[in-house]
Write a protein that binds this ligand. Structure first.
Ligand SMILES: Nc1ncnc2c1ncn2[C@@H]1O[C@H](COP(=O)(O)OP(=O)(O)OP(=O)(O)O)[C@@H](O)[C@H]1O
Length: 311
């Protein structure tokens, strides 16, 4: 049964000196799913992905990819696996297509028409004959995905593919991963931003200092998320606090600098705002702080929980 899994990593440990970068991690990825490995800087995501790509070996535990292990199958473990760690490197003075042709030759030559298909999928067909020197960072990242696709993998491993991209670049990368998943490819990607993965991943593992802080479906994670939080500034914050005191579902506290931090279910917060307006208190600012999922992510990974009262 487990041979059917794209990734079946069990109790994997990897230490660098005294640092247990990956500490008994178990991750199982079914074929065809998009799986997210999330965590703040230094959580161990890249170390785990490097083990999947065969760049380093685990100290203990087993990493099976489509049923194969390094101990038993050696280099064949990587059949059907492709991806990149950090940013891919290309020859800037060659075009995107020439770079892919060169990489294709290293792999024994891509089949005829394959490069055109790939360039279409990564949305670079119109720029394929421009030099990479003129590509945006987002285009280079997509060319990196294109390079991985030459080998016609069944599993694509991407380390923080949206890192360093602007919002449009993030949107394009997300759309690309969705297209690849729709074509049946299994994708395992890492990220340190909840909002990058929540729309595209079926399941996630959230890592904290090498260990699993959460493991399961995004829907399950949503169910555990706290109420949303808002930054509020009014013409009379003292009275606004008093109004909140009358509403059991809403919590308002003074923010460290100025204004108030308000948390509560969306409906209750809407009623609170209506009460403020009715009492003649005007709003100067009312902005969401973090989405509930982001808030949960920060709580699970102990990284800078700003709104303690949400916990
Ligand atoms: N080759 C190495 N030698 C020594 N320590 C390492 C090595 N690779 C990783 N580490 C350490 O292992 C821990 C996990 O690092 P890793 O790069 O896997 O985290 P990450 O979650 O990918 O973080 P980031 O988002 O910053 O890439 C860190 O403390 C890191 O300093």
């Amino acid at each position: 049964m487990d041979d059917q899994l794209a990734v079946d990593a069990v109790d994997v440990v990897k230490a660098f000196g005294s640092i247990r970068a990956v500490d008994e991690i178990t991750i199982k990825v079914a074929p065809g799913e998009v799986y997210g490995v999330l965590g703040p800087n230094g959580a161990g995501k890249t170390t785990f992905l490097r083990m999947l790509l065969g760049l380093i070996r685990p100290d203990s535990g087993t990493v099976r990819v489509f049923g194969r292990t390094w101990a038993h199958d050696g280099i064949a473990t990587l059949d059907g696996v492709a991806g990149f760690i950090e940013s891919p490197a290309f020859y800037p003075y060659l075009t995107g297509r020439q770079n892919l042709e060169g990489l294709g030759l290293l792999d024994g030559g891509a089949r005829s028409g394959r490069l055109d298909e790939i360039l279409e999928v990564v949305d670079l067909a119109g720029r394929a004959d421009d030099r990479v020197r003129g590509y945006s960072y987002g285009m280079r990242q997509r060319l990196g995905v294109a390079a991985s696709l030459i080998r016609e993998p069944r599993l694509l491993v991407l380390d923080e593919p949206a890192n360093g991209l602007d919002p449009a670049g993030i949107r394009d990368m997300r759309a690309l991963v969705k297209r690849l998943a729709d074509s049946g490819l299994t994708v395992l990607l890492s990220s340190h931003h909840m909002d990058e993965v929540e729309e595209i991943c079926d399941n996630v593992t959230i890592m904290r200092r090498g260990e699993v802080a959460f493991h399961g479906a995004i829907a399950e994670l949503r169910a555990q998320a706290p109420d949303p939080g808002y930054a509020l500034a009014t013409t009379d914050d003292a009275r606004a606090l008093a109004v909140a005191g009358r509403l059991p579902a809403v919590t308002a506290t003074r923010a460290p600098d100025s204004g108030l931090t308000v948390t509560g279910p969306e409906d209750a917060v809407s009623s609170y705002v209506a009460d403020l307006v009715r009492d003649g208190i005007r709003l100067r600012a009312f902005t969401p702080t973090r989405t509930p999922l982001e808030q949960l992510f920060f709580m699970l990974t102990d990284t800078g929980v700003r709104n303690e009262e949400v916990a």
